[in-house]
Write a protein that binds this ligand. Sequence first.
Ligand SMILES: [Zn+2]
Length: 146
Amino acid sequence: MSAAPQSQKPPTPMEPRIGKWEIINGRVELSASRCLSCGETFFPSRKVCLRCRGETMEQVRLKGPARLKNFTVIHQVPAGFTKPLVAGYAEFEPGVSVFAPIDAPSTELTSGSTLLDVHIGPIRTDKNGDSLIAYKFRPFRDADRG
Ligand SMILES: [Zn+2]
């Protein structure tokens, strides 16, 4: 019989099934992994490279600003989300993109040029009505660099 799973209760409920992050010097950094054989970077982090099957990975951090690649406005959202939901892909470095909700009206966004910062905030409510937090994007402002 296997050991019972460790009970781990985060201080704030987090969205399950997504990549991990750390807050370093007040800034959110996403925890990714890079294959030492082929250089491919993955977020969420992986132990085995999907591209070359290499098993030697290094931890790398992705931090903003990232460039908005493309986005969509979702009007029919799953339960717990607020509509309309703006979400999109932001590129942190060539070939390394992350999908997340964006805290901005679509009218403020331009694919290919808007710079986005990563922050943490509520993205939806669970079936009990509690907010779940996760990483999200918002327009990057130089003043944030303080
Ligand atoms: Zn690889």
